[in-house]
Design a protein around this ligand. Structure first.
Ligand SMILES: NC(=O)c1ccc[n+]([C@@H]2O[C@H](COP(=O)([O-])OP(=O)(O)OC[C@H]3O[C@@H](n4cnc5c(N)ncnc54)[C@H](O)[C@@H]3O)[C@@H](O)[C@H]2O)c1
Length: 463
């Protein structure tokens, strides 16, 4: 099919590149000429494993990028809107969606054929039919359902595994205002054989995405609350959760006795909080939307409250080991990306931790090779950006493991051999608690602080 994807971000570019690699003819459109130029030069503007190879394979034969939305719409049968839908503090901010709908509508005025407009961005239930469709009709002077199609196709890819998620989808949800709008989307996905396709209304498709994200966020906050309790009552949360994971309803036992280990179990483990561009903003947008619909949204409000408090736990554990006053203490923050495999630092729990350390006067060193550019952009010279793990750890008083990048495991042998080993506070339970002399882990009871090096005076620390 001839396809236009609007928004060259994590969702738009990955969707466009994957669908192009499957033989569709794709134009990716963005208002940012830098991203457009990079795609055309086969340089990924975001970090995602496998994206480089896809661009090498598809550009320019099946995939091109452009800032000309009108031309892209005129040249295509179907378009996917994949622009951002942030939370503005009160509710979902649909300004990018509205703007793109207006532009596509204007382009539809003199579109030579039938075109289906599909919302792929995460939008609250009702947006496609109550916001996007009327804008498209007003701007085009045409009638939805008769002159053009309208659909909603939420995206479930996870950053860090985006290409494999898109190429081996577990499900595709297709919402359409009529059979023709659904058929156009079905055709787009026929390149993936044996797919579980759920065909429904746009409103229900929108609801599926929020239901899925809210459940996953709830599991994480539940695990964090249990982890905090376990720590307080002297139990290792990992042991408590292991006992839960072994429930055959969570990890079914096959006939040969082996266990199925569903990916869902990774959400049932305490950590330093969820972040990223989806869970925090989607849950908050749904709370606001639900309250407008007369629902108290009590559970999801707690999910957000628990999550917001979690980064402070890392600082509390650091203080429990190093003392209240962090002024002048050298603290290494390992990982700024909200999860491994991505350069995305949006809403990462590392950010409130770094802010808290800076406010306390600590000397902060960050290490995250993949997210370094974004970190430098955000913090400039307020923090030191280490080029290697060894440089980050060097002379540190405390080390915070914030992101589960596998290479951070190397911190254990590095630290274990030091004469004055720093305190390692592990927000992801990435390393063995016995692998370093001074360890504190999320969900693990705090032991009496091991005798560490003497606390330097502020004057010494400032040297
Ligand atoms: N990132 C994820 O893992 C993920 C997963 C599933 C769903 N989603 C949803 O997908 C949507 C996009 O998320 P993202 O992370 O890819 O966003 P992003 O911020 O990475 O990308 C959005 C892009 O849209 C572009 N844009 C904005 N206005 C435009 C316009 N008028 N015309 C053309 N381009 C325009 C921006 O320049 C930017 O490049 C959001 O609704 C998000 O909730 C994201």
């Amino acid at each position: 099919m001839r396809l236009a994807v609007v928004g060259v971000g994590y969702v738009g570019l990955v969707s466009g590149a994957c669908l192009a690699s499957k033989g569709h003819q794709v134009v990716c459109v963005d208002v940012d000429p830098r991203k457009v130029a990079m795609v055309n030069e086969r340089r990924p503007p975001i970090y995602e494993v496998g994206l480089q190879e896809l661009l090498d394979q598809a550009v320019p034969k099946n995939l091109t990028a452009s800032t000309d939305l009108t031309a892209a719409i005129h040249a295509s049968e179907i378009s996917l809107i994949a622009v951002g839908t942030p939370f503005d503090g009160d509710e979902i901010d649909l300004k990018y969606i509205r703007e793109v709908a207006r532009q596509i509508g204007t382009a539809l005025r003199d579109h030579p054929g039938y075109h289906t407009v599909v919302v792929k961005s995460t939008v609250v239930p009702g947006t496609t039919e109550d916001v996007v469709l009327p804008i498209l009709e007003a701007a085009s002077g045409k009638t939805a359902g008769r002159d053009f199609g309208v659909g909603m196709n939420p995206e479930f890819l996870r950053e860090g595994e985006a290409i494999s998620d898109f190429m081996q989808p577990d499900r595709v949800v297709i919402g359409g205002i009529d059979e023709r709008s659904i058929a156009a989307q079905r055709q787009l996905y026929t390149v993936f054989p044996d797919l579980d396709v759920l065909e429904t209304t746009p409103r229900a498709a929108e609801m599926v995405k929020y239901t899925a994200n809210s459940l996953l966020a709830t599991l994480i906050s539940f695990s964090n609350e249990m982890g905090n309790l376990a720590q307080a009552v002297g139990v290792d949360e990992r042991i408590a959760m292991k006992g839960v994971h072994l429930d055959k309803r969570f990890s079914p036992i096959l006939d040969d006795g082996r266990r199925v280990k569903p990916g869902m179990l990774s959400y049932l483990a305490a950590g330093c909080g969820f972040g990223g561009s989806c869970f925090p903003k989607d849950v908050q947008a749904l709370i606001a939307h639900g309250q407008k619909a007369g629902q108290s949204m009590q559970l999801l409000r707690s999910v957000i409250d628990v999550n917001k408090a979690q980064p402070a736990r890392m600082l509390a554990m650091l203080r429990a080991g190093l003392g209240e006053d962090l002024a002048g203490r050298r603290i290494a923050v390992l990982g700024v990306a909200f999860k491994p495999g991505t350069d995305d630092i949006r809403e990462s729990p590392s950010l409130p931790v770094i802010d808290g350390l800076l406010a306390a006067g600590a000397q902060v060193t960050t290490f995250d090779t993949i997210a370094q550019r974004e970190t430098e952009h955000l913090y400039g010279d307020r923090v030191r950006h280490a080029a290697t793990l060894a440089a980050a750890v060097d002379r540190a008083d405390g080390i915070l493991i914030m992101t589960a990048w596998p290479e951070f495991r190397d911190v254990a042998p590095m630290v274990a051999s030091l004469a004055s080993p720093p305190l390692v506070v592990d927000g992801r339970r990435l390393i063995e608690k016995t692998s370093v002399p001074r360890y504190a882990g999320i969900g693990l009871p705090l032991t009496a602080p091991a005798a560490g090096p003497p606390t330097p005076t502020k004057a010494e620390a400032a040297e």
